[in-house]
Design a protein around this ligand. Structure first.
Ligand SMILES: Cc1ncc(COP(=O)(O)O)c(C=O)c1O
Length: 555
């Protein structure tokens, strides 16, 4: 199977879309278009000679760049800013290529059952029924219903960048609840942004000058390179974490990263961590948080903690927010160095609402971020609706408990299915994904070997999973697989495909071992060995081939 790789060429050989609306049970292709598909640029229109004339016409009609003078792409690029042309949006990565593969051939249980299943999208679609139920029971919360339309004028006119007080208060309460009620958030320190994406960029603008660096533990969310660095020109420098300790951040790794940064003459302004981690799905223990606190205190640098997955913790170890440690003054920390990013995209499964939050203990950061928030405010209509929903404490308690229960159930179903075919995942307790260990399946233990396996998984197994290299993981063979953006049947289909893939890989491996044995036999090697020894050797090779693609489960 591995010998018949089809290299992914999403742009050069697009498949035609199936003739049905692109609404499928596990995702929305439109997400790709809105966030990551390149808008029709001159390069897409210049390659449009290979597409249909109608397609070229649509591209040129919709493209703002169609107003630009026609000419070679380089000539047009010269008319644009350095930021517009520097590639900092990071679209050219396997992370986004996988999305394109899905977009060209999206799975649908009846219309396109052999299509690509989207497992590269960290979306939480498991509890939308609860949100819809609340909306039905509370029609006055929306200005688009007869019950709520009396508020239309007020909501339509509201534009204060402090945000609706009811919204800020309700978000603060929700964040407290998602952290087990052990912390309090001051609504006056809550600043809005366009999703956590906007929050990251705003913080980078507040804390870093162009060229300044933040240290970040690997593996990390690929779009941080875009969110934190593209327009701000800040830099991210890796703190390399290893699988040997479950990718935990250690004091030694922090020191190494700081020292390496010094060698590049980068001015380190802080550390950016994600807790619970994307892609690992693990939470940081108190000890690790305290190590981080001591480090930033000693170096007088900032600590940004992205807690966007705070409400997705579903198992055992409680989620300890950085706010809990800062508030308790446990590590004798200067709290003005601590900033939290959150959003309602994951905990509530509302990425389309673009609700991002910056929470800072630093008054100057709060004030500056608030001024900057003019560029990415949450619409007052969204604030009004969510302010009402999140003020319903009975609902939010029920939602968080049920969300955790469903995530735990899906996580168990998925990891058990993998375990049954011998695939192990990093032990995790939060997030919307697993960090799957396919190291034993690599032909070559290199980044290229990882990408080779990834192409087989995307093109032949038809699952869009994301390779570890896209997350800056230094150890080849890890893959992130999302499990909360699909229904149960799609999950079962994905698991069936994985099982078939592993079985075929195992059969191919056994055949290969036998073929090699036969060759050795035929080449006359056996003439120099007693027959019984030769047979035993062949059996042992089959049973314990060091190249066996089967991963042995350890938990
Ligand atoms: C760690 C992390 N931060 C930020 C974001 C962006 O979230 P939002 O949709 O709120 O912009 C994501 C999205 O996947 C994420 O995983």
């Amino acid at each position: 199977m591995c010998g018949t790789l089809n290299v992914l060429r999403s742009s050069s050989s697009p498949r035609s879309r199936p003739p049905f609306p692109p609404i499928i049970p596990n995702s929305h292709p439109s997400v790709l278009h809105s966030h990551f598909s390149p808008p029709p640029t001159l390069s897409s229109s210049s390659s449009s000679s290979s597409s249909s004339p109608l397609c070229s016409l649509i591209i040129s009609l919709h493209s703002p760049l169609s107003l630009l003078p026609m000419g070679p792409p380089e000539a047009t690029e010269a008319l644009l800013s350095e930021i517009a042309t520097n590639g900092g949006h990071c679209e050219n990565s396997s992370y986004f290529d996988g999305w394109k593969a899905y977009d060209q051939d999206p799975y649908h249980p009846t219309e396109n059952p052999d299509g690509v299943i989207q497992m590269g999208l960290a979306e939480n679609q498991l509890c939308h029924d609860l949100l819809e139920g609340w909306l039905r029971e509370n029609p006055a919360a929306s200005i688009c219903t007869p019950e709520g339309s009396s508020q239309f004028k007020f909501v339509a006119n509201f534009q204060d960048y402090h945000g609706l007080p009811s919204f800020r208060f309700a978000v603060a309460k929700f964040m407290e609840k998602a952290r087990g009620g052990r912390v309090t958030f001051d609504p006056n320190r809550i600043v809005m942004s366009g999703g956590a994406t906007g929050a990251q960029e705003t913080l980078a603008f507040c804390l870093a000058n162009p060229g300044d660096a933040f240290l970040i533990p690997t593996p990390y969310y690929p779009a941080f390179d875009r969110d934190f660095c593209w327009r701000t020109k800040a830099r991210l420098l890796p703190i390399h974490c290893e699988s040997s300790n479950g990718f935990k951040i250690t004091a030694a790794a922090l020191d190494d990263a700081y020292e390496s940064a010094g060698k590049t003459k980068a001015r380190v302004k802080g550390i950016l961590v994600t807790n619970p981690s994307n892609p690992l799905g693990t939470t940081m223990d108190r000890e690790t948080l305290q190590t981080l606190f001591s480090f930033v205190n000693e170096k007088r640098i900032h600590l940004i903690c992205d807690e966007i997955f705070g409400g997705t913790v579903f198992k055992s170890q409680p989620f300890v927010s950085v706010v809990e440690i800062a508030a308790a003054g446990e590590a004798n920390i200067d709290r003005s160095l601590v900033h939290v990013v959150s959003s309602l995209s994951k905990d509530l499964g509302l990425p389309g609402f673009r609700v991002g939050i910056i929470y800072s203990f630093n008054d100057a950061v709060v004030a500056t971020a608030r001024k900057m928030s003019s560029f990415g405010l949450v619409s007052s209509q969204t604030q009004h609706l969510l302010g009402a929903m999140l003020s319903d404490e009975e609902f939010t308690s029920r939602y968080l408990a049920e969300n955790a229960r469903r995530l735990a159930e899906r996580h168990e179903e998925f990891t058990d299915g993998l375990k049954r075919v011998g695939i192990r995942c990093l032990d995790s307790n939060g997030g919307l994904f697993c960090w799957m260990d396919l190291r034993p399946m690599l032909k070559e233990k290199t980044p290229d070997g990882e990408l080779e396996l990834w192409r087989v998984i995307v093109n032949e197994v038809k699952l869009n999973v994301s390779p570890g290299s896209a997350f800056h993981c230094r150890e080849p063979g890890w893959f992130r697989v999302c499990f909360a953006n699909m229904d149960g049947e799609t999950t079962a289909t994905a698991l069936r495909r994985i099982r078939r893939f592993v079985e075929r890989a195992r059969e191919a491996e056994e055949k290969e071992v036998k073929r090699k044995e036969k060759k050795r036999w035929d080449s006359g090697l056996r003439l120099s060995l007693p027959r019984r020894f030769d047979q035993n050797f062949a059996m042992a090779a089959i049973i314990s081939s060091p190249h066996s693609p089967l991963v042995q489960a350890t938990n």
